[in-house]
Design a protein around this ligand. Sequence first.
Ligand SMILES: [Zn+2]
Length: 447
Amino acid sequence: MQLGHRWPARIGFVCALFISAIAAAPAADNPGQIIALKAARLFDGKSKALLTNGVVIVQGASITDAGSNLSIPSNAQVIDLGDATLSPGFMDAHTHITFDFSGNFNERRLKLLETNVSEIALMAVPNARVTIEAGFTTVRDLGSRFEGSHDFVDVALRNAIAKGIIIGPRMLVATYGIGATGGHFDDTAGFRDFLFGHEPDYSDGIADGPDAIRKAVRFQIKNGADVIKAAVSGGVLSMTDEVDTPQLTPAEMAALVDETHRLRKKIAVHCHGDQAAREAIEAGVDSIEHGSFLKPETLQLMKSKGTYLVPTLMATEYIMAKIEAYPPVLQAKARAAAAARSDMFRNAVKTGVKIGLGTDAAVYPHGQNAKEFKLMVDLGMPPVEALRAATSADADLFGIAQKVGTLEKGKLADIIAMPGDPTTDITATERVSFVMKEGKIVKNASR
Ligand SMILES: [Zn+2]
């Protein structure tokens, strides 16, 4: 009886050991194996020019050396990628891998209410795979909430990827974005009052007043958030708010930033409107997401405070290309944001605002993240700056620059390659042929 009582505990202990052994296993297939990656060019993630005859030496999960014409250890497995450019893995500062907002807006909204959250989680698995196959080895996933559910699908996805159960990018997740009652993140807005049987509260990410905002921040971090996301102005794909109205008071904003930074996380805010952006920047947020209506003075303020802009040009681009798929009220908001954002982005580049690459993946079909590069370059950003936005700049914004974002000794071996020279044809970023994450090859189309 006693034995029978003890065995399950021992089996549990053995299982726990086994699981932790998997989690702790070196990332590379053979940890002792040295891999030398060669290509005609190398972008190191921070320099203004590409190197020629690029070589990156990888051992286990890490880079042991990177540069031009390096001598290759005799015991290394050499992968020669030819007329290609090696680069640190791309990052996307703004994805929603657990969602698919593309297609007809109202059909999608109904489908989301009909679908079991377990099914939504499974449908996110291929989204994660196409994202890393496009060369994006790290993403900041800014919001995953399903009305009527208190599941944390983004946390589950992040953990499953980190454990090697499924293939995808490293994820920093935001769980439920925080917003005001009736604001951009209130999913019950636009439906009959109490249709869902409750008024959303901090446990849905909806909070009013500084104390409730603090509680919402704590609740999300308790449940696995790596980064906090909040909506401080209206948005395009929400039914009852104006696109640019402020949605938090300065006191709420101050509480949001203070609580997030106390808990040593970054705060990313969804913001189209200029007034809301000014207040958010003054409060000390780490990034403004979208920023469509930001005036030159506000961009100056961002520059002086070191606030990042994550412009998500892909989102507006996709919506505008199929504007008829959205309800009239959203069409008007999308048109206004699209009309303003190109000048805003040009001004941001001229002003020298820190810019991170982020796309709002889910608004468009997953896996097309790299199309953001061309949009940035077409609006005046030098190609090498666009490459830096997606590598060392995003790593800095995410707070993980000591681990990823450049090809340097000691960094994790997140390495990609694209054909030709992306500084002469930026669309090369859309044809990533080789992807390695933490020393493991995820894709090699050159073979
Ligand atoms: Zn978003």
